[in-house]
Design a protein around this ligand. Structure first.
Ligand SMILES: [Zn+2]
Length: 342
């Protein structure tokens, strides 16, 4: 019988993470200047005391390089169920050698602790933290948390990478959201080497928009699906963070010139106008022509009740992974590809 050779399965790099070495240092403010150059710190930053009197602390991983340089901030899980960014922060930060780092890396592995524990996007009051910037004193719990995060973290960084995934029931490849009007942010996106770069000026109510308002270049990396860890995507995100640090000349090996990923200057979702069982046809990153069938919805007798076609020539940025589709379900996220301006 003829031997069939199968390719080896894709495996993630075994992470080189340290063993637990004691409790983190509790701090009520982030004072990077007071830290010795060439050192590493696990900090628990006091953000907020909840109505039951419990202190909410967030995990902040700091590596202060031996040489002065920029402060690179990284945030994951501001949406509590978007998990792929968390191990990416861990692996990137623990892979840094403080003695050979220029500048400081400040990584928050989980911004939204209550959402993380409840396995949901929103905060303990169900509000979306990434729609509440700049926050306010005397507001709701979530508004107060955002105000503290902005003051105690965001105003201390020179660059920001905010890690997300697709929303609930949906999935996407690795793509970067940037504002094309902000060249430094676009460069961060290119350095991360995503599958795609999507132009999306950020609302000032988001973390990326709040960074923009402070003049801090920021990229949002969208990393696969929510609620799961996807090893290949975690690995790509970790490498992307490392390339961003090289681009910022924080590591000794400079980032060579690489190609630029495809660019979408705008994008939009196709929504369902019928309820039923949804089948989406194209894969992520597939290119579809205008009028190409992209999905249909059948009723429970197997009859087609809705057919959906691409409204323009596009690339598939995201799609729903949940076949149970009420009216108004997001079906496919389509992007308009454009050439890069020279
Ligand atoms: Zn998100």
């Amino acid at each position: 019988m003829r031997a069939v050779s199968t390719p080896p399965p894709l495996t993630a790099e075994p992470p080189s993470l340290p063993k637990h070495s004691g409790p983190p240092t509790i701090v009520s403010s982030l004072d990077l200047d007071s830290l010795e150059p060439g050192t590493r710190h696990n900090l628990h930053l006091d953000l907020f005391r909840d109505p039951a009197g419990q202190q909410l602390r967030i995990p902040v991983l700091v590596v202060k390089g031996a040489e002065p340089g920029p402060v690179l901030g990284i945030t994951a899980a501001i949406h509590g169920n978007e998990l792929n960014g968390i191990p990416a922060v861990h692996r990137f930060v623990h892979g840094l050698d403080p003695k050979r780092l220029r500048g400081t890396v400040v990584g928050i592995s989980v911004v939204n602790i209550p959402g993380f524990l409840l396995r949901r996007r929103g905060f303990s009051d169900a509000r979306d933290l990434n729609r509440l910037f700049p926050g306010k004193t005397g507001g709701t719990d979530s508004q107060l948390v955002i105000m503290r995060l902005r003051e105690q973290f965001l105003t201390h960084v020179n660059y920001l990478v905010d890690l997300h995934t697709a929303g609930p029931g949906r999935t996407n490849p690795v793509y970067a959201r940037v504002d094309l009007e902000d060249p430094a942010s676009v460069e961060l996106g290119i350095a991360a080497r995503p599958d795609l770069i999507v132009n999306k000026p950020a609302s000032p109510k988001t973390l990326r928009g709040a960074a923009r308002a402070l003049g801090i270049p920021c990229v949002t990396l969208e990393l696969g699906a929510p609620q799961v860890l996807q090893p290949e995507i975690v690995l790509r995100a970790t490498k992307g963070l490392r390339r961003i640090a090289r681009h910022l000349e924080m590591l000794s090996r400079p980032l060579g010139l690489g190609g630029r990923p495809p660019l979408c200057n705008e994008s939009s979702w196709v929504y369902s106008e019928h309820g039923g069982l949804l089948e989406v046809f194209p894969d992520l990153l597939a290119r579809v022509r205008k009028g190409q069938p992209i999905a249909h919805i059948v009723n429970l007798f197997g009859e087609i009740v809705g057919e959906y076609k691409a409204p323009f020539k596009a690339i598939v940025i995201g799609k729903t992974a949940d076949p149970v589709a009420p009216i108004g379900t997001r079906i496919v996220h389509l992007g308009k590809l454009v050439p890069w301006d020279e």
